[in-house]
Design a protein around this ligand. Sequence first.
Ligand code: 3HC
Ligand code: NAI
Length: 700
Amino acid sequence: MTAQYQLHGDIAVITLNNPPVNGLGLATRQGIADGLAQANAEPAARAIVITGAGKAFSGGADIKEFGSPKAMQEPNLLSVIAAIEKSSKPVVAAIHSVVMGGGLELALGCHYRVAAPGTSVALPEVKLGLLPGAGGTQRLPRALGVEPALNMIVSGEPIKSEMLAMLPGQKLFDKMAASAETLLDEAMNYARSVADVRPMPLVRDLPCRHPQGDAYFQFARNMVKGMSKNFPAPGKCVDAVQAATKGKFEAGMTTERELFINLMWTPESKALRHIFMAERAASKIPDVPADTPLRAINSVAVIGAGTMGGGISMNFLNAGIPVVMLEMKQDALDRGVATIRKNYESQVKKGKLKQDKYDQRMSLLSTTLSYDALTNADMVIEAVFEEIGVKEAVFKELDRVMKPGAILASNTSTLNVDAIADFTKRPQDVVGLHFFSPANVMRLLEVVRGAKTAKDVMATVMVIAKKIKKTAVVSGVCDGFIGNRMIEQYGRQGGFLLDEGCTPAQVDKAIEKFGFAMGPFRMGDLAGNDIGWAIRKRRSVERADMKYSKTADLLCEKGRFGQKTGAGWYDYVAGKRDAIPNAEVVQMIQDYRKAQGITPRKISDEEIVQRLVYSLVNEAARILEDGIASRASDIDMVYLMGYGFPIYRGGPMNYADQVGLFNVVQAMKRFAQNPLDDAKFWEPAPLLARLAAEGKTFNS
Ligand code: 3HC
Ligand code: NAI
């Protein structure tokens, strides 16, 4: 049973019991409705208390049910709330831990609310591209006041119960309990004290207006528009709350319902709901049980205090975990520490970090030139030069000094993690932790699972990733792992587009209009074009048959490595990030075309976007087939968190699903006919071809 009924003397208690967060799925809704009916029919019961078992009152509607017939099946949430309002005996919500979305709407439907301190209160539907659909936009403004309610609804951010209880004139909480432990007793006593009060109060009967009327809503709408340009939901939240201030309660409810249903079908909401589930799925590894014992990680060593080593260290310092950094020379250590210090100082200056926190973080950092100082560390992360010989020397030293059971991680971006593991006598303890630059900012962490990596090492690093606020995605060992293996194909398409008639600015603009944070050429300039150049030189030996445009090599031969040299595909003014198109580069591309005998053609933005995005999708399908990624949604997370793929499109796989895999395959077949492109690459990956033929999707 996902909702239980119990009679405690003269009070009936209905306890939601649908772990993990008492989502209001069909069975739970039915349980509440049954409990209400039973309580109303029970002569001994004078009043009713609704509460939640475990770690929440309720996290809201069951997100997993969305889009399925169950979501709408009676009793739906609106009917349950209507039944509460019609109850002949007063209903008291006993709220603790988490009260969100439909959970808060349910509580707002009750006659009274008693809350424990420390409860997270939110209407977070906007984060799923929705608005509260069970009266939240109509009742919260009545209970809390229009402005605070609208702020909560538009931001979706949780606020602690004790803060809300302090708002003047608030009617959200009738009583604050002393603690979560005493909540139920206090709520039952409260229920007894109001058992005979008639008429019973209802939030819907409270007045709702804003002194500035429509002018306030116009102001709010303008603010919201500026902050959420690609998402329709925040603006609709304003509309719904405005409706609460006009006319009758029922009319406002009708407006809310219409807006809610329309939002439910938008691609933006589908994308955000997909991301919610994808993020949680990514933390689970199919063959690593949830109860795998973890290794304790209380201190960390970082080898190399360069660009990555510094950023990686900051993640652990931020989480309160001591870090010791090792370098070859004292001046490299000094530079590394100075960079970390500068980073934190700028946060203090901007008011983002308090001075005492800064002091505390810096006090957790120590440095050394000797491997013998690492013997106490529970985990070490290597971030030295990307050369296999250097990695070999480092891992042999680590194998010598690290205590048994310590986790040995490498931040390599291109080298074989299995080869690195085999430099040690404990390959089961070795794992890849591929951070993205800047490592203290970027949320993505690719966890590279070697052939011999132990399951408890995998389980431990996934938990540590969460602790340092990263979104971890597991990748198998292959060239480029998930993200860079795909980006290589995307980069190749960018090159072919130049060969065929585009300028770098045209390509970048088209894909940025699609929603990418940055087009491939601006991104190349930011990362450094020389990195790709070095990789291509290696490839020309290993994969000589791989066709690619030579324009990027020509650019590097001119020393145009990107922002760091002040010139790349674009020009840059020192200290600024603006990319200024360069006539010489455009001429260089034209000369190259001429030398190849290519007559340029006009290429549409649509073709640019399709070729770039579908190149990601096709390589991703191969990655899935090879077992490098375990689910399509993991690939979406990599691209959303690490590569600037537009959030509102839900990642490349979700986007392909929405376009329809049949249509994606048809487009690939067209691209394969282009003699200047790579017909072999555009052969749809077998998995993609099969799903398209069967009318299926990647994420189903
Ligand atoms: N429905 C179903 N499952 C839910 C859920 C929900 N509303 N909220 C969370 N879960 C599940 C998660 O999927 C996860 O499952 P898993 O263990 O199988 O992966 C589990 O609960 C734990 O979630 P978290 O890892 O996020 O746990 P935290 O303790 O960090 O956070 C939380 C708990 C604050 C409740 C957070 O999960 C959260 O913010 N959930 C979303 C709440 C939300 O958006 N509610 C609105 C739903 S829409 C709605 O109510 C529509 C209505 O207006 C009609
Ligand atoms: P970097 O050149 O900025 O820093 C490397 C540091 O390692 C230098 O300070 C150097 O003195 C130190 N070092 C070299 N050999 C050492 C040794 N034997 N013992 C101790 N210290 C040693 O390089 P960066 O960019 O930080 O890269 C480090 C690693 O991270 C590489 O494997 C790279 O592929 C990887 N990586 C880099 C990313 C980036 O964007 N820069 C992104 C993801 C991974």
